[in-house]
Design a protein around this ligand. Structure first.
Ligand code: S3P
Length: 435
């Protein structure tokens, strides 16, 4: 395979400007899948431009769901098929996307045919027992390569399940709620730490009845089977996990000024904003609005001197996608960053604990790597280096941000992986950077 040239990132003086981001990746996946099994047409505006969400659309087309791109590509019109999809002649290619494989497995497990789900090298290493076990208990037949992809799922005639998630995972919760739509009886899913709730919010927007109850730091969701969905129109709010890179870039320079309109503000995702404010970043939110149950707002960001932070427990779960970039800027904080209870980072698109530690060391930082996290001292300087993205979009983007305050140039190898969630990342970062 041809490898793209590395992207070079030069040190910056400050971050200034306005950036409107493509639709949130988590929400785009869910709306595409639910639109596919809804009755009638759906129109999804500001759909994520990332390759992962295109993988979801590709799988839906293979399952007989017609859709078209409109308005230059970021509006998707889906003609829902209702709950019955068509068998795909070819394997369903999930690419790099764990969300596609895990959440769609809940839908194909409800179909009376066999589907094969495949992924790229990184996805083929990721654990799938977390969906295989409960879906099998519901009555699906699933073969895998020792709990890893490819998955061969023969679905149909599911029974409801009463299930407590062994690991905090919104993908697994979503998979089971989606499978619950096809099951006989009421499916109950409990989580001891609350994870992002976009599936619960989206299911209601598509007309599904479900009950939610808080239990301590977690919650229980109940969904009766056999419900029909109806198509929706929705403008997907900007991706908060992508915004994290620009927020952290702004946080590196006390003089930064950045505006991000129409950004997702869902409370199960917005912990990052509280944490960055605790660290000293100035953030104000205006035009707060609710659309189909999702909070949306416009952010104004003002750079400041950054304090350090310790992340553990529920915070580590809530910030799982943002920890790489928080860790990458940790040397520039006053007292450093410590991350605990984040073992899940080891089974993401790459082993993100190891990838962050090794790349920070390449840039000259001292880092303590632990089984479930990292400890990075504050008040360190970084020097430009060659960064190995491990073909992981969030590692490539995190170190492009850290490179803005390094001494000398940084080369990001495998920078093209940013396209998994945000293909325009490097152009946008460059446009916001003042030197
Ligand atoms: C996601 C959930 C998280 C997250 C991923 C997207 C989702 O994964 O890391 O990027 O959209 O539900 P887990 O469910 O594995 O925690």
């Amino acid at each position: 395979m041809e490898t793209a040239a590395p992207v070079v990132v030069r040190p910056a003086r400050t971050i200034r400007g306005n950036v409107e981001l493509p639709g949130d990746k988590s929400i785009s996946h869910r709306y595409a899948m639910l639109a596919g099994i809804a009755e009638g047409a759906s129109r999804l505006e500001n759909y994520s431009t990332g390759a992962d969400c295109a993988s979801t659309l590709g799988c839906l087309r293979a399952l007989g769901v017609p859709w078209q791109r409109k308005a230059g590509g970021n509006v998707i019109e889906v003609q829902g098929r209702g709950l019955t999809l068509a068998a795909s002649a070819a394997p369903l290619d999930c690419g790099n996307s764990g969300s596609t494989m895990r959440m769609l497995s809940g839908i194909v497990a409800g179909q009376r045919f066999t589907s094969e789900m495949i992924g790229d090298e990184s996805l083929s290493r990721r654990p799938m027992e977390r969906v295989i076990d409960p879906l099998s208990a519901m009555g699906a037949e699933i073969a895998s390569r020792q709990g890893k992809p490819p998955l061969r799922i023969t679905g149909g005639a599911l029974q409801a399940i009463d299930y407590t998630l062994p690991v905090a995972s919104a993908q697994v919760k979503s998979c089971l709620l989606f499978a619950g739509l096809f099951a006989e009886g009421e499916t109950r899913v409990r989580e001891s730490l609350r994870t992002r709730d976009h599936s619960e919010v989206a299911l209601r927007a598509f007309g599904v009845r479900l009950d939610r109850q808080s239990i301590g730091a977690g919650c229980e969701v109940r969904i009766p089977g056999g419900q029909r969905l109806r198509g929706v129109e929705f403008r997907i709010p900007g991706d908060l996990s992508t915004a994290a890179f620009f927020l952290c870039a702004a946080a590196l320079f006390p003089g930064s000024q950045l505006a991000i309109p129409h950004l997702l503000m869902n409370p199960t995702r917005a912990r990052l904003l509280d944490i960055l404010m605790q660290m000293g970043l100035g953030i104000s939110v205006t035009q707060l609005d609710e659309i189909h149950g999702e909070l949306v707002g416009s952010l104004q960001i003002q750079g400041a001197k950054l304090k350090g932070i310790t992340l553990a427990g529920a915070d580590s779960a809530a910030l799982i996608d943002e920890i790489p970039v928080l860790a990458a800027i940790a040397p520039f904080t006053e007292t450093g960053v410590e991350v605990r209870d984040a073992r899940e980072l080891r089974v993401k698109e790459s082993d993100r604990i190891a990838a962050v530690a090794s790349n920070l060391r390449r840039m000259g930082a001292e880092v303590e790597e632990r089984e479930d996290g990292l400890k990075i001292r504050g008040g360190q300087s970084l020097r430009g280096a060659e960064i190995d993205s491990h073909s992981d979009h969030r590692i490539a983007m995190a170190f492009a941000v850290a490179a803005l305050r390094a001494e000398g140039e940084t080369q990001i190898l495998g920078a093209e992986s940013a396209a998994v969630s945000y293909p325009a990342f490097f152009e946008t970062l460059e446009a916001l950077t003042e030197r």
